[in-house]
Design a protein around this ligand. Structure first.
Ligand code: ZN
Length: 263
């Protein structure tokens, strides 16, 4: 009965969803279990009994219908607050946990942050570098996926055209960190990284010429992590002016800020 309760919710606590079962290194066959098959209505009456129902038969009290799979902490919690954790509330939690387990069954687990994305980029700054005639974008990348992941591609989309980030010169340090070495950067679980990317044609590894058509007001920075969804940051182009570099190309200065950012 205990084993079935646990299996019906994938060995996750029915309240807080922590994993309740894992290996113990004591022997090659040892299991470290922190789960409890808790009684919804108490197994026996008396002082300290919670949700005891005198009308139930002993068989009903020990049945699987009267059990809920919890971690040790949540099992203490439900026995310290029978006002919140009523029979009806616990039956509802159990139902919800089993229905979640059914949806999750046979699928890859999402990250425990409840976010399917592996990385979370936050714009640090963006500017047009007049010397190199390129856009430089700096962003913090937080690895929220808790697993090692690889940032594989960084691009900037302006007026429907996608520019791949060029490899920056080696050896330049920004805020105490090396320049992002494209095309890949490995992030460990929960890593935080500040990356800076050049988008422009002046670099040895060959970015593309950045042109901003008149009226362009938006750009999108895209980051891709292996196995995750693309992440985007919207840049607003401001303070544009035309600077004649030669007879062909008109350059404009851009400053990007996140849509919600303060300036
Ligand atoms: Zn729990």
């Amino acid at each position: 009965m205990k084993d079935k309760l646990a299996k019906r919710v994938g060995y996750l606590c029915s309240i807080c969803e922590v994993s309740t079962s894992g290996p113990s290194d004591e022997t090659s066959g040892s299991v470290n279990n922190i789960g409890v098959a808790a009684h919804i209505a108490a197994a026996a009456g008396g002082p300290g009994a919670r949700r005891y129902d005198a009308s139930m038969t002993p068989a009903e009290r020990s049945s699987i219908e009267n059990g809920i799979w919890l971690c040790q902490s949540c099992s203490k919690k439900i026995d310290g607050d029978a006002a919140t954790y009523t029979v009806a509330a616990l039956l509802e939690l159990k139902k919800k946990a089993e229905s979640t387990a059914k949806k999750r069954h046979g699928r890859k687990m999402a990250s425990s942050e409840g976010n399917d994305s592996e990385i979370k980029p936050v714009l640090h700054g963006a500017s047009f570098d007049e010397t190199h005639r390129a856009v430089i974008v700096c962003a913090d990348i937080e690895n929220v996926g808790r697993r090692s992941t690889t940032v594989g591609r960084v691009s900037l989309e302006i007026a429907g055209r996608i520019h791949q980030a060029s490899s920056p010169p080696q050896g330049i340090v920004l805020h105490g960190r090396d320049w992002f070495k494209l095309p890949v950067h490995r992030l460990r679980g929960n890593d935080f990284f500040l990356g800076a990317w050049h988008f422009g044609f002046s670099f040895p590894s060959g970015g593309e010429r950045i042109e901003l058509p008149i009226g362009t007001t938006e750009a999108v920075l895209r980051l891709s992590a292996a196995g995750g969804n693309d992440q985007s940051i919207h840049l607003r182009i401001e303070r544009a002016y035309v600077q004649q570099q030669d007879s062909v190309v008109a350059w404009r200065r851009v400053f990007g800020f996140p849509d919600s950012g303060d300036e």
